[in-house]
Design a protein around this ligand. Structure first.
Ligand SMILES: *Cc1c(COP(=O)(O)O)cnc(C)c1O
Length: 405
């Protein structure tokens, strides 16, 4: 399925006289409302690192979302939206004593953890806090596995929550994160099995967590595969498995168990786009005889498209006719790369050419679609002198959609 470009976003991209990243606020709102409707009884806490843009955060807070924050600065940004502190949790297992104390001062009462050392620090600097222990997952099936750095084994999770209880903390929950842009339903199924196992073991020790955090990882729908086709993650299957998982874990414990999910990418990726421009379309022959066209853009890994080596975004060339089929001779295959002197600054690692208009000229606008996740947060302050992209939010009615209704 190709994700349609909203006319509201298209209008803003067309009107943009220079590069920027544009967020479609009603699109993000609709995406949030859809997810909440799909997962009844699950509280959504937006992982704000995916889009730390105040307008986006205020919109989500007003719809009832909470936030997954990873540092005191993110906590402060989340609270500034008006969200109550009990809707914001400290979801990072990596934090210093000073970070914990600052979060406690800001009123945060729920902390992620995965080690007894971190539990001891929470007990000292945020006495009485609720802790939830992150279980490690394999990360299989995800574009970014997030394994190794985070989470602990089932055995250790039992030890960590027992240590929390002994230290006067509330062993409040368990969490998982199955990896970012997780493409399989099986990953959540396995996570539910793991959660069921650990909840059963905790029960034997008289430890009864009152909530489960199913993490982030829900996919964006608009990315392309290496052949330029939509990735097509099985979102409906994933949501069905999540609903079944919630029911299963509630039945297993036989007590009211609250559920939290902390999506990042899924809420924003397909509702943001970058307006960039062409530097140059070139043709270069390598010493080994490889002969390729390269399209250099004004925007790349260090100014908004940090994930471009893993993710292939759909490109639109608004001042050229759209390709007339896959073999249109007005288009040719080119490796697409960003503007810096870094060789990682290229689509798909620089090995997967995409079809671009032959007639592209320096300065022509290019739209990079499904670029709303991680664009604002993963940007350098000026690597090679290239400034971060200005941000812009669009709102208001969607002209075409309103006509149809
Ligand atoms: C980054 C992160 C998320 C969001 O991940 P997505 O893949 O963008 O949904 C959720 N929870 C935690 C703890 C994270 O670090």
């Amino acid at each position: 399925m190709t994700v349609p470009l909203s006319p509201r976003l298209a209008a803003a991209l067309t009107a943009a006289p220079a590069d920027r990243v544009v967020y479609d606020l009603p699109g993000i709102q609709a995406q949030y409302d859809r997810l909440v409707a799909e997962l009844p009884g699950v509280q959504v806490r937006f992982a704000l690192k995916a889009c730390p843009v105040d307008e986006v955060l205020r919109l989500l807070a007003a719809r009832g979302a909470g936030f997954d924050a990873a540092s005191p600065a993110e906590i402060a940004q989340a609270l500034a939206t008006g969200a109550d502190a009990d809707r914001v949790h400290y979801g990072n297992t990596v934090k210093s004593d000073a970070d914990i104390a600052e979060a406690h001062r800001l009123g945060i009462t729920a902390f992620a953890t995965d080690s007894v050392q971190d539990v001891a620090a929470i007990a000292e600097h945020a006495p009485g806090a609720r802790v939830f222990c992150r279980l490690a997952t394999s990360g299989e099936g995800a574009l970014w596995g997030l394994n190794r750095k985070f989470g602990c084994s089932a055995d250790d999770a039992v030890r960590v929550l027992a240590a929390a209880r002994a230290a006067g903390l509330t062993p409040a929950g368990l969490s998982v994160h199955v990896g970012s842009q997780q493409m399989t339903g099986e990953a959540w199924q396995q996570a539910v099995d793991l959660l069921a196992d650990v909840l059963t073991r905790l029960d034997r020790l008289g430890i009864a967590p009152d909530h489960v955090n199913l993490g982030g990882g829900l996919p964006a729908l608009g990315y392309l595969d290496r052949h330029g086709n939509p990735l097509d993650p099985p979102l409906d299957k994933i949501l069905t498995l999540l609903r079944e998982g919630v029911d299963h874990l509630r039945a297993l414990t036989g007590r009211p168990l609250g559920f939290v999910m902390e999506p990042g990418r899924h809420l924003v990726a397909d509702h943001g786009a970058v307006r960039a421009h062409v530097y140059r379309l070139t043709r270069r022959r390598q010493p080994d005889g490889e002969d390729a066209h390269w399209l250099y853009l004004s925007c790349g890994k260090f100014n908004g498209l940090y994930e471009m080596d893993q993710v292939i975004h759909r490109l639109v060339f608004p001042t050229h006719p759209a390709p007339n089929g896959p073999d249109d001779p007005a288009y040719l295959p080119a490796v697409v790369a960003g503007p810096t002197c870094d060789s990682d600054d290229a689509y798909g690692g620089g090995t997967h050419p995409v079809r671009v208009p032959r007639a592209l000229a320096s300065g022509d606008p290019v739209w990079v679609l499904s670029a709303g996740a991680y664009a604002a947060s993963y940007t350098t302050q000026g690597f090679n002198g290239i400034r971060p992209l200005p941000q812009m939010c669009v709102t208001g009615p969607d002209p075409l959609r309103d006509e149809r209704h």
